[in-house]
Design a protein around this ligand. Sequence first.
Ligand code: BES
Ligand code: ZN
Ligand code: ZN
Length: 496
Amino acid sequence: MIFLTNKKPGRFKGDMIVYFVRQPSKKGAPQCSDTLVQERVNKAYQVGDCSGKKEECVLLYPERVFDGVQAKRLLIAGLGKDDMDRELFRRAGGMVAGKALSLKCERICLMAPTELNFPVEEMVECLAEGLILGSYQFKKYKKEDDDEKREIKRISINIGNLTSLSTRKALMLGVSSGNAGAVARDMANEPANVWTPAAFADYGKKIAKGTKVQCKIIEKAEMKQLKMGGILGVNQGSAQAPKLVVLEYRTGKKVPTLLLVGKGLTFDSGGISLKPSAGMEDMKYDMCGGAAVMAAMEAIALEEPKVDVVALIPTTENLPASTALKPGDIITQYGGKTVEVINTDAEGRLILADALAYGVEKFAPTAIIDLATLTGAVILGLGHHRSGLLSNNDALADKVLQAGDYTGEPMWRLPLGEEYTKQIKSEVADIKNIGGRPAGTITAAAFLQEFVGDTPWVHLDIAGTAWNYTEKPYTPKKGPSGIGARTLIQLVRDWK
Ligand code: BES
Ligand code: ZN
Ligand code: ZN
């Protein structure tokens, strides 16, 4: 639980109190808002332990002499000397959370450095996000000794007399985004025998309870009626029924409609075009696009923004079986386009195509954003540091790129074009599902583009960022990052 406080720091009796300091541009001790703490900082600086550099942590034990302070520990956290931005405070929150967890602190207090020239609202919002994401753990399936247990129970952020409606709202926004990232990580961390298409459907129904969001599940029988040959085809080898989760948030006003689509492949073995067994366990993460969309919708249900948002999560497993789709099979996607399936491992685009075509026809959205762990090729191009962005609309692309920068989930745009679309032409069907080795991320997006018509659309390929994401204090080294959820929430908050 995170809350704002204006109590005198001396009255905090918890496990750790945290002061933030900047690194001075010239030689000298970093400066801190409290004169007594400053004495300690000076001493630590003199012996060379405290420079204020970014992500530096100096742990001190306040003694009696140290008037007033009753906290068990005092942490001096460095903010560096570069220009301050939102990401700096997110990372600072993550760093404090990591330190608190490793020291098994249950109650901590952060003295927000309100003396710095940075808007206090954004500081609070980003510290909260970083604290939540940085203290994330997934230990459900591990028996733990009681003395191994680590959990931060109460976090106070001290902003002195600056508590106001706007700082409280900022905290709420930070908590909402942070929680969404954590929810997306939880879904991804669950193994594929637990996080099934049915689990996605159940979560959707849970979001709809008591909120303005409506949830409808398109079951296999209805998919057949609707002729959704993509998701049905990919599902052919699986014993788990496919689901298309539809979540609708409506304001009841005449406002734009955003359509969010997320790939919810709960396990991707490759199907008959079987993947190598080494590392195949990671393919339980092939639902991270769906998780991001689902987590964002949960936040949207609580935040009640001013735009309509519809979410579609096509979800199934991709497994080999005598009933499975075979290379060379021709399927018919929703809306009638035929696809020659050259490689059954290029399945994400098949389930997304149905959802995109259905979404365009049924909801006539103003804009579409889809998220998918779609291609290994995006990892070769961009590594684990940026998601790939492809779009048929410059203005929308810029908007999403900006939201990504704002939330610390950066992207890089790749081109689309006729040359790439030509790579997916088929001799026997309208198109085929792979375009050969060159430009794998682009040809995958070119495939999706066939199903969005003229609707402004952005595709995010998160195969490189959804897990083992670039190292930061608030993202786990290994495992799911929860990427995308916070960007989507930001986009919806800012949508004009
Ligand atoms: N889910 C994978 C993409 C993926 C690969 C994500 C590695 C994360 C790490 C997707 O369904 C897939 O298998 N794509 C193929 C496409 C190919 C057959 C054209 C790929 O990228 O190898
Ligand atoms: Zn695949
Ligand atoms: Zn896949």
